[in-house]
Design a protein around this ligand. Structure first.
Ligand code: IFM
Length: 440
């Protein structure tokens, strides 16, 4: 790696992230069925119809995994709490084993000197709630606030930070408009309702945590840099709209109490009645903003109904996901978020990383592409800091290879390789490089 801790502000934090369904093993510890189980069981949704039933068996191997976090000299571990593990029915009686698991995990982190950064929802919607319409149901903010309270009454006294929902764009647009993630809908009305109700749920969750006396609460938004595919006015508009519903909708809702005009043109008629009255809740004050960043898209106009645009393949080198590598986009988002939305709040890069077809050869995994990717994006972070943006930390995705949603176990994002037959963990060259950089 081209950096040491000395290249960053003294209190800058480094970490890694994971999420519950992607690593824990849904079949262990009394977790109930979630909508990813049924989505994955439907032919054509997930590569080889793989699912999270066993995943990395982190449920049983968490101590070994936390040792890996500590071994890389990292400061923060970002994990998520599985709603269907904690409350298998989504509401009502909690599963004691589930709460015990997160209790042990948090204590295990603290014992290793690592800051626990909790995200309440990283996509395991309990099936009973999905059966009632999931994020389209106007009762979701109440149920999510209850879930928040159950989890945080148990671990809220010891987590270092907490955020309600990972990547609202993925939970809403990707899952209800494009149908690529559970529940696999392609419906504009469902999308609009989910986008708004997710933000109301976010606000209710923040309020519930404040009521418990918790501090250091934030949000985690994924952002994709959007550029016109050519110099035409139509391509410029297409890129602006993509940026609107992907990036600015959520930022603007939470930090300004309004939605972008051009997005309302398409989604406005489908928003829940009285949506304009929800911004006091949505704007519940935050202590930080998290940005998950991976790539950019080139956009062009297309025939058909709103949003009437399409992605065009770009010329830059790509990761195994087919995503262009564009660190400048991260610098752009850090600057814009600070200048136009969060004005002074600490910003964290809460996810960033690349997938590659990594293999173990004689016990070693060489992944120079990942080292270069992390280096170039940390360069973007340094440029943003030099420009005055209060970037307070960088969290890489991911600690280890895991269930990459509709791609099954095919795409490897980990700093640590996982053999999905034996479940053996092998730290990759990028893990060793990061560890060395952070120990200097
Ligand atoms: O694996 C996902 C994660 O669950 C959310 N952010 C993007 C990652 C890579 O696709």
């Amino acid at each position: 790696m081209n950096f040491t801790r000395a290249d960053f502000p003294e209190d800058f934090l480094f970490g890694v992230a994971t999420s519950a369904y992607q690593i824990e093993g849904q079949s262990f510890g009394g977790a109930g069925p979630c909508h990813w189980d049924s989505f994955a069981a439907t032919p054509g949704n997930v590569v080889r119809a793989e699912n999270g039933a066993r995943a990395c068996d982190h449920y049983h191997r968490w101590e070994e995994d936390l040792d890996l976090v500590a071994g890389a000299h990292l400061d923060v571990y970002r994990f998520s709490t599985n709603w269907s593990r904690v409350m298998p029915e989504g509401r009502g009686t909690p599963n004691a084993e589930g709460l015990d698991f997160y209790d042990r995990l948090v204590d295990g982190l603290l014992a290793r000197g690592i800051k626990p950064a909790a995200t309440l929802y990283h996509w395991e919607l309990p099936q009973p709630l999905a059966d009632m319409g999931g994020w389209r149901n106007a009762d979701m903010p109440n149920w999510f606030a209850d879930f928040t309270e159950v989890v945080m009454r148990r671990i809220g006294d010891r987590v270092w930070s907490a955020a309600p929902i990972n990547e609202p764009w993925c939970v809403s647009w990707l899952s209800h408009f494009l149908g690529h993630h559970a529940p696999g809908l392609r419906d504009i009305r469902a999308t609009a309702r989910a986008m708004h109700l997710l933000l109301v749920s976010h606000g209710r969750s923040i309020q519930a945590m404040r009521a418990l006396g918790m501090k250091n609460l934030g949000c985690v938004f994924n952002m994709e840099y959007s550029e016109p595919a050519d110099a035409s006015d139509a391509a410029r508009k297409a890129a602006h709209l993509y940026d609107g519903y992907y990036n600015r909708f959520f930022l603007s809702g939470v930090f300004r109490g309004e939605y972008p005009e051009e997005v309302l043109e398409g989604l406005g008629p489908h928003l829940p009645t009285g949506w304009q009255d929800d911004f006091d809740t949505i704007r519940a004050p935050l202590d930080w903003c998290g940005i998950n960043y991976y790539t950019r898209k080139l956009m062009a106009p297309d025939a058909g109904p709103w949003p009437a645009h399409k992605e065009v393949e770009g010329p830059l080198p790509k990761t195994a996901m087919g995503w262009e590598i564009y660190p400048e986009g991260l610098e752009f988002f850090l600057r814009r978020t600070h200048e136009e939305y969060t004005s002074g709040l600490p910003i964290y890069v809460t996810e960033n990383g690349l997938a590659a077809p990594d293999v173990v050869t004689d016990g070693v995994v060489e992944d120079p592409h990942r080292i270069a990717y992390l280096d170039s994006h940390l360069g973007a972070v340094r440029r943003a800091i030099a420009a005055g943006v209060p970037v307070a930390g960088y969290i890489a995705w991911s600690l280890m290879d895991n269930f990459e949603w509709s791609y099954g176990y095919e795409k490897r994002f980990g700093l640590v390789h996982v053999d999905f037959d034996s479940l053996k963990r092998t730290p990759k060259a990028s893990y060793h490089a990061l560890s060395a950089a952070l120990s200097r």
